[in-house]
Design a protein around this ligand. Structure first.
Ligand SMILES: Nc1ncnc2c1ncn2[C@@H]1O[C@H](COP(=O)(O)OP(=O)(O)O)[C@@H](O)[C@H]1O
Ligand SMILES: C=C(OP(=O)(O)O)C(=O)O
Ligand SMILES: [Ca+2]
Ligand SMILES: [Mn+2]
Length: 683
């Protein structure tokens, strides 16, 4: 059907449009229709499908291109009034101007970046150095030492360091894409990044400053994750990191919080060189509101992430070019020689494992969710055992996937985001995680199709440890604020690649402590050819890499809290069934979810139980939605002798591992210690 215009003037013709760039007069000569710039009233009302006009909108309010571009961005407004009528907040006794507040903020950052051997912090200036149009307002560095220098003694003091302070995800995307090789936008909108040579944590490169306080407080020696360094060496590495960061044109600074429990909130500052690191921490820590940021004041703890720069192996205590150094007295952490972002997240977790128990609060390497009726479950487990996957449950509120506190008030998440494994991620199996991988999410070390930017989650070319870091509110049923009442169920996850632990068993308190202290999991080391044998890992408190005190301290607190609040514990094997790795298969995620459902609903408390040999575990005879024959692992092996042999082998590994703990008392009660030791395998 012809348009009204065509019907009315009948002048439309393809052949006459040959000289499209000609002026109006010539066009008219050639018989083209007059361009109508104004429609009459009837046309406006009766007509919805005419040929398009390019001048239907009012013209832009700009005389030049620059002016037009200047209209694009609106300046962010501070939330607190600039005038003297209201106090700015707790940090300041009287009201200050916005300008003064920003100056104080930059001075605080300059002080954070101060060299300890030279007189002052660097000259800092807020904003992107690429934006030359904006005249920088340089903040004079804060003076730390008792003398005021009259001459500049180093070249580094002559240059500016631009501070990119708490940028938004969109700004960080732009920074990453412009300046960081390996940054791409994937088809779902997530930011693909590469973490460099290190694609996982480096626990052997962790160092903790041993001083008068920490030598008594912390767990040192065999089995401990805390490898000592002295104060002087820490300062050497700190200087190396600070000098590296200040040598750059710009650094990213994030001021954020840890712990959703307002009484025990910790203020952290993260100084880093990469937009990737800044966005990762933006997602993983708790994001302050504009008002909270204005009143942030001095951080309780600072991370210096100079991960692109190595440590110096001639430095005392250094055994590689990577060093992750914690100084509890200075409230600082230094990262050299690794860009793996998980190092920052788990470094802060270590800090919380020190600070919280001092306040009588138990820090937990666990996921946590809550049912509609307010029943809370904890999911303990080592990496890859299912904390993130199983705490992300469409029928429950997510409190957090990895790090929590259990205080007298209940549970609280330490973080503001989740860090999910992506290998073999499938939309059907894990829809909530799949959908969280969108704009704002950091996708580490994944592989994507060059043209479509579709991620291939099965591809392990870079690493098997591919990851997504997203803010917790990307999960639709996240519980915000991320706090909940005392846990009803405590689930210990173990991925048993030997295939001999039952899919689920109910634990008494002594068994709970035994398995909590053991912290067993067994996975297959890699995917390289030839590796068929699973290796057992025992990691005290299901997170030995992060604990700061002796494991029995945490275990005693867990026992006390579980008893006081009547929580029930369960051991859930998310690993193999029907044989070890290579022979059997991994237990279907759908079955594990059914088991977890039965724990949450209380149905499993009502089930009939049988006791297993050797480990003495209580296993249910039936779980709704799970084939009964798999509940007793012995049934699933075709070769019974092989099963018995493997079971004994694992029991032996448990026994050997527990030996080091038998000399410690758990709590004040030796009776409990004895009970715990005998709650292990008997053979
Ligand atoms: N039966 C199962 N239970 C839990 N996870 C499973 C199961 N089978 C396979 N998986 C996979 O194992 C991985 C568990 O990883 P994740 O939940 O990130 O562990 P964590 O958070 O404890 O490090 C996920 O990739 C998940 O899809
Ligand atoms: C971030 C980590 O934790 P998890 O694997 O437990 O999610 C890690 O171990 O590097
Ligand atoms: Ca028309
Ligand atoms: Mn996890």
């Amino acid at each position: 059907m012809p348009s009204n215009n065509e019907a009315k003037n009948g002048e439309f013709s393809f052949s006459s449009s040959t000289n499209a760039t000609s002026g109006g007069a010539k066009v008219r000569q050639m018989g083209l229709p007059k361009i109508q710039t104004q429609k009459n009233k009837e046309e406006l009302e009766g007509d919805n499908n005419e040929v398009c006009h390019d001048d239907s909108a009012t013209p832009v309010k700009a005389q030049t291109i620059d002016e037009l571009h200047s209209l694009q961005k609106k300046r962010s407004q501070p939330t607190t009034p600039l005038t003297a009528t209201t106090a700015g907040g707790a940090a300041f006794s009287s009201a200050i101007s916005e300008e003064e507040r920003q100056k104080q903020q930059m001075q605080s950052i300059s002080a954070s970046l101060a060299s300890l051997t030279r007189e002052t912090g660097p000259k800092v200036v807020r904003g992107d150095p690429a934006k030359k149009a904006e005249t920088p307002r340089v903040v004079q560095p804060a003076v730390h030492h008792h003398f005021t220098p009259t001459i500049t003694t180093s070249d580094s003091a002559l240059k500016f360091t631009h501070i990119l302070y708490n940028l938004s995800p969109a700004e960080l995307y732009e920074q990453a894409i412009k300046y960081e090789k390996g940054s791409y936008i994937t088809s779902s909108g997530a930011l693909a990044t590469l973490s460099g040579a290190k694609t996982g944590r480096s626990p052997k490169d962790k160092r903790v400053v041993k001083d008068e306080t920490t030598s008594n407080d912390l767990w040192w020696g065999k089995g401990s994750p805390n490898i000592e360094m002295d104060e002087q060496t820490f300062l050497v590495n700190r200087e190396r990191a600070v000098d590296y960061l200040c040598s750059l044109e710009k650094v990213f600074v994030n001021d954020q919080f840890l712990n959703w429990d307002p009484e025990h909130r910790i203020k952290v500052r993260i100084v880093s060189a990469r937009a990737y690191h800044s966005l990762f921490m933006h997602n993983m820590c708790i994001r302050p509101t504009t008002e909270e940021l204005e009143n942030f004041g001095t951080p309780d703890f600072t991370i210096y992430n100079a991960g692109q720069f190595p440590c110096n192996r001639y430095t005392h205590y250094m055994t590689s070019s990577t060093s992750i150094d914690l100084n509890l007295a200075r409230k600082e952490m230094v990262i050299l020689g690794t860009q793996y972002a998980g190092e920052m997240k788990k470094g802060l977790f270590g800090l919380m494992h020190y600070l919280m128990p001092k306040r009588g609060i138990l820090s937990l390497h666990s996921g946590c969710n809550m049912g509609k009726d307010g029943d809370v479950a904890l999911f303990f487990g080592l990496s890859g055992t299912g904390k993130t996957t199983l705490s992300t449950d469409h029928n429950r509120y997510l409190i957090g996937d990895d790090e929590h506190c259990w205080s007298d008030n209940g549970v609280s998440n330490i973080e503001g985001g989740c860090y999910a494994k992506c290998i073999d991620l499938a939309r059907e199996k894990e829809p909530d995680i799949w959908n969280a991988i969108k704009f704002g999410t950091v996708l580490e070390n994944i592989v994507f199709e060059e043209h479509t930017r579709e991620v291939d989650y099965t591809d392990k070319s870079v690493t098997e440890n591919t990851r997504a870091a997203y803010p917790i509110e990307y999960i639709p049923n996240a519980k915000i604020p991320c706090v909940g009442p005392h846990p009803k169920n405590v689930i210990l996850l173990s991925c048993d690649a030997f295939g001999v632990l039952p899919p689920v068993s109910k634990l008494n308190l002594a068994q709970t402590m035994y398995h909590f202290i053991s912290g067993y999991t067994a996975v297959v080391a890699g995917t390289e050819d030839g590796i068929k044998e699973p290796t057992a890992t025992f990691s005290a408190c299901f997170g030995a890499a992060f604990i700061m005190l002796h494991p029995t301290k945490y275990a005693a607190m867990l026992a006390e809290k579980m008893q006081k609040h009547g929580a029930t514990a369960w051991l859930v094997n998310t690993g193999w069934s029907g044989g070890s790795y290579g022979k059997g298969n991994r237990i279907k995620l759908a079955y594990t979810r059914k088991i977890i459902d039965a724990i949450h609903s209380g149905a499993l408390l009502e089930a009939n139980y049988k006791k297993t040999e050797i480990f003495g575990l209580e296993i249910p005879t039936e779980v709704e939605g799970v084939p009964s024959e798999i509940l007793n692992p012995g049934n699933t092996w075709t070769n019974k002798d092989a099963y018995d042999e493997t079971l004994l082998k694992l029991a032996g590994l448990f026994k050997r591992n527990f030996d080091v703990f038998t000399n410690y008392n758990i709590g004040t009660d030796n009776a409990l210690t004895q009970e715990i030791v005998s709650a292990g395998p008997n053979f």
